[in-house]
Design a protein around this ligand. Sequence first.
Ligand SMILES: [Ca+2]
Length: 494
Amino acid sequence: MNQMLKQFLLAALLVYISGCTQIKTTETEKPNILLIVVDDQGYADFEPFKNHRPEISTPNMNRLAETGMIFTQAYTSAPVCSPSRAGLNTGKFQFRWDAKASWNPGLPDETKTIAEYLKEAGYTTARIGKADFGTNYHKFDVREHPLNHGYDYFLGFSAHAHDYWLLSDEMAKRTPDPNGHSAHLGPLMENKGYKSYEDGYITNIFTDEAIQYLKTEKGEPFFLTLSYNSVHHVIHEVPQKYLNKFDVAPIHNYEPDSMETFGNRKPGSYSAYYEKYTRLGAINDEDMRKFYLANLNCLDDNIGRVLDALKEEGLNENTLIVFVSDNGGSPLTAANNSPLTAGKYSLWEGGIRVPMAISWPGKIQAGTVQNEYVSALDILPTLVEAAGVEISDSIMDGTSLLQPDQNRLLVWRWMDSWAVRKGEFKLTNMYYEHGKGRVSNQIIPPIHDDNSLKLFNVNNDPGERINLAESMPEKLKELQNEYENWLIENSGKY
Ligand SMILES: [Ca+2]
């Protein structure tokens, strides 16, 4: 073959390859986008993962795996709700602006959200469910309110948690502390007002509203964030048919007139009820797991209803769906993260490695398993690219979920703990959980109990059992330098 012919064939091949790997989106074929965020779901409590717990059945989450791609090493940027969601919504490590790497990073004016990008791309946008940046809860005229960061419509709550059953004006009026706590009860926010529900269950309500939304907006490309608070505590609040299925007796709902004191909480207060049933004690570990399974089963059924509605409306072929849990399974709710160590509140893998899936018929091969590591920060760039627009932020920590970089640096800061992941290795000073209360037996405890630097090959040893700090001092030093350099070059820049 002569040289010119060789060059021509090579060039033709390159054009072909680039055509295959890039997502090409024209104006007419912009996909609808559904971002399903669930709360505190355990790594082993997601049936598409082959090492899931045997008692787990999530047939509707499985549908996303069957039509799309699952990620066995998907990380969130924090081990608790608010900072994780700040990262997810912006594609940036939230501790760039939150110097304390705290529970409550908030959302700065200067950094753009997924919803703002997609609105610019011509999407109609809605958030149904939990809105949580850890600060400015229950307020309308703040950046953290969804209508002030790119959403056209909001129905849900602006708080860390919400009671699953108590959604009425009447209950809010009778309760001495409806807002005086991280959990909320009473009517949901609808845009800049409230919507009261005399009865109904929050997971079902969010689904009903989401189905109504996609039926109404199906003529437009839409971006719907469906952000369930299931399976966050208070985990025992589940419809009776699921409690029957898992053979666990119901606990009487909060009632201001008969609620006794709990800890230092006042009699009659919602916080007394919330504190009492959030943790093991009033509920034993075995029953807590049953409540968790019942709650998860109800969530899975509701996700099935949304998927059915997409199909009925003829939207399933042109809807990109991302599914993600905001952090690992909680030690308080009897979630299970095995084989990972620990859970929510910690930078052990159990706190930050989560169930995640993406489905996009015709664009992503059905039934794919991605074992390379990715981040929930990658959701923003992936969706923005799918919508056919460019990232305009000069700083972006996320990258495409469809092209994982196996040499990228991921950084975590969480109060006085930190971790980095690069290649197969993870370095961390993590040694304790920041959560309160007794830890469920479902959780695998850490075997390292001091804040020395610990090095793990988390590809081969996802349970972080074998500390390589002494046997691989050069690797330890390399990752430590990566962390320190990242801080010098990036802290405060967003
Ligand atoms: Ca959470």
